[in-house]
Design a protein around this ligand. Structure first.
Ligand code: GRF
Length: 206
């Protein structure tokens, strides 16, 4: 007797107009290669200039631009999409805005972000992008990594749900650290999202 195929869970991703889309494409590849019942339903960008948009089109990932100058309008559009299109999780992939506390609390689905270093030490105000790697280099760390955490209305201080480390003892610049960290970001984000969706579903089925 044939088994019943698991219901496909939809996620949406949020990215800024500067996003290269590396994490977003890595997620899509992971879900596809592993044949998981998970799909990037829509990649949302805050500007049509994002270099990742043509890459999404090439890979068959539907993308949409929603301006985020007014966060209330942006969040209202997201909330409508989440409800109407039955979205299971929101994954931030190079999103440069803060979601409001009201949105995070009321949306009732997990919202995850990936941070390019080991939190909590390398989090907080201005700790994003290359700033983080420069700080890690200046502190002569031998190890960096990536942290998956729940989105928090302040900075990157949300609950940590997964971390992965990478040896940076041979790295001599912030750029070399960034390249090593990006590789491990790609390894950890997809599995962490899949695990989070299964946990959330199990909790809500009781
Ligand atoms: C990644 O380094 C991630 O840690 C951070 O934003 C970057 C996104 O990269 N949250 P990309 O622009 O999507 O390639």
């Amino acid at each position: 007797m044939a088994g019943i195929a698991p219901e496909v869970q939809r996620i949406i991703t949020l990215s800024s107009g500067k996003s290269r889309g590396s994490n977003l494409l890595a997620l899509h590849s992971y879900f596809t290669d592993e044949q998981l019942p998970l799909v990037v339903h829509r990649a949302i960008f805050t500007s049509a200039k994002a270099p990742a948009i043509p890459l999404c089109t090439e890979r068959g990932i539907p993308s949409v631009v929603i301006g985020a100058k007014d966060m209330a309008i942006f969040e209202a559009a997201l909330a409508t999409m989440v409800e109407r299109e039955n979205i299971a999780l929101i994954a931030l992939c190079g999103f440069m805005k803060q979601l409001s506390k009201d949105f995070i609390v009321n949306i009732k689905i997990p919202i995850l972000n990936i941070h390019p270093a080991l939190l909590p030490k390398y989090g907080g105000k201005d700790m994003y992008g290359m700033n983080v790697h420069r700080q890690v280099l200046d502190n002569h760390e031998l190890v960096s990594g990536a942290t998956i955490h729940r989105v928090d209305p302040l900075y990157d201080h949300g609950e940590i749900i997964a971390q992965i480390t990478t040896d940076i003892s041979q790295c001599h610049s912030a750029e070399e650290i960034a390249a090593k960290v990006l590789k491990v970001e790609h390894q950890i984000y997809g599995p962490a999202i899949y695990a989070e969706i299964r946990t959330h579903k199990a909790q809500n089925s009781h």
